[in-house]
Write a protein that binds this ligand. Structure first.
Ligand SMILES: [Zn+2]
Length: 334
């Protein structure tokens, strides 16, 4: 029995049984308390006169109680035997067979004639322990999204940080020979309520303000040149060629802040400020259909693709700036 509970635990259970009216303190964090210890079969004592040869030594008696038998059953390995089939034939698991035979391993080579212990363990007594266990567990927090029409679409902010809560859980465990066979939660106490996470999401739409999601600025076509060094010069944007028609579209809502030809190699170009930190630039246009100060909406037509400025063929040169810094347009386009 002392294999499954400590001597102190056993003494505590005994003293509690003697004075059942005394209050029992609650279990604290990571503490367990034994509520009861019993054997599945009554072990009784009686005095009888027996042949001295039938008297068992203490060791033999303990073995008899635990294994249920004193006689070890042996099996002689035959040609072609494998451990799994031997275990099966004797109502044992492979793990049990290995425990019964010290030094035997799963990949051992079985020589015919070898003796294996195949005693099936059927304990006469089983020690059943009821325990009470207390543990503290985290509680997840809820998430809530609130829409705010005073905040711009595309903007979010955290109104309240989420925090996990804590609860104390008292459970009862039933162990049989040290193995848990039943677990039940008896009591849950909230020690700290979780704090809900609250996120505010803007819904306000302004015609001249983009929400940061871009549409492809042409009708189809493909990227004929990416951003990066080309002939040892930085290519600051992407080139889009061979669209299904030559209409150029505003990538997002915004205001036109430049429309014209400066003679800087870009030919006819348009710059749109999206009023959210982003600016986009469209170059080499054949013609421009918007003017400075004009409000444009995402996807609206702003001009026609062409080859003005330093351009070898008809294509759109497209650049994106975020807070004044050039970024890769493909990071904003799908
Ligand atoms: Zn280009």
């Amino acid at each position: 029995m002392l294999e499954h509970v400590t001597e102190e635990e056993l003494a505590e259970v005994e003293s509690r049984k003697e004075s059942p009216n005394l209050p029992v303190p609650e279990v604290k964090d990571n503490e367990t308390r034994i509520l009861d210890v019993k054997l599945t079969k009554e072990v009784s004592q009686s005095e009888e006169k027996v042949d001295p040869q039938e008297v068992l030594s203490v060791q033999e008696a303990v073995q008899l109680l635990k294994k249920g038998t004193l006689e070890e059953k042996k099996y002689q390995v035959k040609e072609g035997d494998v451990l799994g089939s031997i275990a099966n034939a004797h109502n044992l698991t492979l793990a049990e067979l290995l425990i019964l035979n010290e030094g035997l391993t799963e990949d051992a080579v079985l020589k015919p004639g070898r003796e294996l212990n195949v005693t099936v363990l059927r304990p006469f007594v089983e020690v059943v322990v009821d325990r009470q266990v207390y543990a503290e567990e985290e509680m997840a927090y809820e998430k809530e999204v609130i829409e705010d029409s005073n905040m711009f679409k595309g903007d979010t902010k955290t109104k309240q940080e989420g925090q996990v809560g804590m609860k104390g859980v008292t459970s009862s465990l039933t162990e049989q020979n040290g193995r848990v066979i039943k677990k039940e939660v008896i009591k849950e106490t909230v020690l700290k309520e979780p704090v809900k996470e609250i996120i505010v999401k803007g819904t306000k739409m302004v015609p001249s303000r983009g929400d940061g999601t871009f549409v492809w600025p042409t009708n189809g076509g493909y990227v004929s040149s990416r951003q990066g060094y080309r002939w040892s010069r930085m290519h600051k944007g992407i080139d889009i060629a061979r669209p299904s028609n030559y209409t150029i579209k505003a990538a997002d809502n915004g205001n036109v802040v430049y429309a014209g030809n400066k003679g800087d190699g870009y030919g006819n170009k348009i710059i749109i400020d999206h009023n959210n930190g982003y600016r986009t630039m469209y170059a080499h246009l054949a013609s421009i259909s918007v003017s400075v100060g004009q409000t444009v909406s995402r996807g609206s037509s702003i001009g026609i693709m062409g080859r003005t400025g330093n351009s070898t063929g008809i294509h759109l040169h497209f650049e994106v700036y975020q807070n004044g810094k050039i970024i890769d347009p493909l990071s904003k386009l799908n």
